[in-house]
Write a protein that binds this ligand. Sequence first.
Ligand code: NO5
Ligand code: CA
Ligand code: ZN
Ligand code: CA
Length: 534
Amino acid sequence: MRQSRPRRSTTLGSLLAVSLLLGSAAAVNASEFPPGKEGYHSYTELTAEVAAVAAAHPGIVSRFSIGQSYKGRELWAVKISDNVAIDEPEPEVLFDAGHHADEHMGTEMTLHILHWLADGYGVDARITNIVDTREIWIVFLVNPDGAEFDIKNDRFHFWRKNRQPTPGSSSIGTDLNRNYGYRWGGGGKTSTNPQAITYRGPSAFSSPEDRAMRDFLASRVVDGRQQIRAGVTFHEYGRLVMWPYGYTKRNVPSDMTRDDHAALAKIGRHMAATNGYRPQQASDLYITSGTSRDFEYGTYRIFSYTFELSIKDYPDDSRIEAETGRNKEAALYLMERAWCPLGALGAAVKTARCGAFDDDLEVSRGWQVDPDDTDTARAGARFTRSNPEPTRRHGKKQLGKPTSGSRAYVTGAPAGASATAHDLDGRTTIRSPEIQMAAAAGQRLTFRYVFAHSATSTAADSLRAFVERENGSQAEVFTVLGTPTDVDGVWLAGSISLDAYVGESVRLRFVAVDGGAPNLLEVELDDIRVTRPN
Ligand code: NO5
Ligand code: CA
Ligand code: ZN
Ligand code: CA
């Protein structure tokens, strides 16, 4: 859907230019699948197939490469959307396959998703709607070197890793689903032995293939916010639908919120009900560290799932149609749900969390600190997005527990040697990324805050919220002032009508000031949202 305000241009154009130059390079050492498995796509066939679909559907499919494998093969990808050459403000979804060389069904799965969308566009109303209102990314084969080696000389080699030699050893190959830089080096079914099939690599992102995935994901951060909201990484085998995390058995560790866990599990169970797979947290299978799924959720809060296809490894090619087909509903559902995954939790959550802005402050989402370079608070006392340490003086002042997860904006997070060691003196400001308000009444700015101070406080101490318009003007919409009494820290709720800004593009600002003679003042902010219209 073409929106009134196209996003600023992205790297897609340059990626396309690069792929045009490199796309004609002939594949080297092409192999075929063994007898009975010819229905699978070799790298050469995959390359040709993706190019053919893109050429047949130039308006909605664009092919590019996210980078090269260790041996220099292009890592082919497509974007599928209406107005495909334009980066529109539409929710994005990522499907990938082939981290593991021997798991060939995953690549067939991603090719089927490509065909469902490309061939169904303009034919099937549901698919047309998805293509018109989403931006779908597919990376078909993250590990082409391994996949080609696995079928070398037209027989299987039971190869899992990439084909990168490990420095200082005679071993070849890193497990690309152990090499991502989130909790890399942690425990579970992962190895430091270069010979092991789960070798994690000498360092996080030591493999060019995972680096290409990392850089592609980073390229989808626009105006500070990750655009990809949901995804599936296809593996084999076991017929499982798995949600984060794999690195811990805990259901809701400190790097996950309760709401996210509830929605991840609910969506996972829903998808499993449609494909007949078993739904579970990834670590219920076994613990893993350095996976793509944990990286995507942990770094960006992408609702990232692992599907284990098939009941066995190397299924006959006669199984491809049925095994991929049973995942069609799940794939379509996730693309639709990507609009606001948390909305799966029901009407109240949808109103609160599927509006124009929703930030639990758990990961970076584009806020600027000291946006005008006019703040006077020293660096250690400014708003930082962090896990606050509790402080006490005549009762609680800085509270140690955010209202969601383990991060909030805090004026100096450490407790320090005394309660006043890291409290605020002077002014500190945060400014949100652009927020496109819906053109309907009833939207509210809601947030949670702590405003705690000593009995020496005055009205020179304050927490203020402002709405900044596109023309730069700022309106104060919320004010709390200090008083000459001891006020303990407690999480309070702010809620302000934004009816004056319907349809506008705005930014939010929060300004905390310790203005009088130095006194104890602690300010915290969490769960900053613009709710849906009523
Ligand atoms: C995966 C999942 C546990 C993510 C893995 O059999 S698999 O290797 N496809 N299982 O261990 O990375
Ligand atoms: Ca589009
Ligand atoms: Zn796998
Ligand atoms: Ca939080």
